[in-house]
Design a binder for this molecule. Structure first.
Ligand SMILES: [Zn+2]
Ligand SMILES: [Zn+2]
Length: 269
């Protein structure tokens, strides 16, 4: 079993906890150290519990607290060569460079990084595996390439980006150049793009579909949820929208096929 919780997700900060019985990983640290520790505490996790930290890319909404976390607690930081080269605060006490195509172990969780199309030096996201159960983080990518789609297939839990609603982005406060950057193939996935991705990889043992990295200016929880449910109408109970300003609950991912109430009734009557 894998357990997953978001410390917060959105354009102004991202961090996700993934744990097995003996290993706890933090994926990105886009909040200040103080805020990170506060939100981890609400989930019962202390810095000394962390096996290590994975960094997806150098944008500040993913690395804001990395330097202080490293210097205060010495937690090993794992990142690509390209991301390390672009870190503004790279005075890390302990770090390991990984290759974005090469799986590696952190404790008893296998980390399978995959490169993503995004306007960062060496952006990647992650498949996490433990005893046949997998969880995939897929945010910060302008387009879901066939290669990325293959990495998402078979996931038992998915955190997928729903950055913007097209109408809100077009009519919102962002200048055309920034709108163009967000929509581009190296920007972010919008609600309209995320739905078909979820549909393409949906299967009976996909237990949770977490919608994340919403823009506070260009999206709402309802817009994101409705857009994804338009593609996967039977996924209502499995879809949750992550919040920017609060941690989520823990999600337990068992790898078992999800039994819907109607299926359950068919089996029992
Ligand atoms: Zn981001
Ligand atoms: Zn980014």
């Amino acid at each position: 079993m894998l357990e997953v919780a978001s410390l917060g997700s959105g354009s102004s900060g991202n961090a996700t906890l993934v744990r097995s019985a003996t290993t706890t990983l933090l994926i990105d640290c886009g909040f200040t150290l103080k805020e990170t520790l506060k939100r981890m505490a609400t989930l019962g996790v202390a810095p000394s519990d962390l096996t290590g930290v994975l960094i997806s890319h150098e944008h500040s909404d993913h690395v804001k607290g990395i330097g202080p976390l490293s210097r205060k607690f010495g937690v090993p930081i794992h990142l690509t060569h390209g991301t390390f080269g672009r870190l503004r605060d790279n005075r890390l006490i302990a770090y390991e460079l990984f290759h974005a195509h090469a799986p590696f172990m952190m404790g008893d969780i296998e980390v399978d990084p995959f490169p993503t199309p995004h306007d960062a030096a060496e952006s990647c996201q992650f498949v996490l595996r433990h005893q046949g159960v997998s969880f995939v983080v897929a945010t910060d990518m302008g387009v879901c390439t066939p290669f990325v789609l293959e990495k998402l297939r078979g996931a038992n839990g998915l955190l997928i980006e729903c950055n913007y609603d097209e109408d809100m982005l077009r009519n919102g406060p962002y200048p055309p150049s920034l709108q163009h950057r967000i929509r581009s193939n190296y920007g972010h996935l919008g609600n309209v793009q995320a739905g078909p991705v979820v549909k393409a990889i949906d299967h009976p043992a996909l237990e949770y579909i977490l919608l994340g990295h919403l823009s506070e200016k260009n999206n709402t929880e309802n817009c994101a949820r409705e857009a994804v449910l338009a593609s996967v109408s039977d996924a209502g109970e499995r879809v949750e929208v992550l919040k920017q300003h609060a941690a989520s609950r823990w999600y337990s991912i068992s790898g078992q096929a999800v039994t819907t109430e109607s299926e359950y009734n068919q089996v029992t009557v």
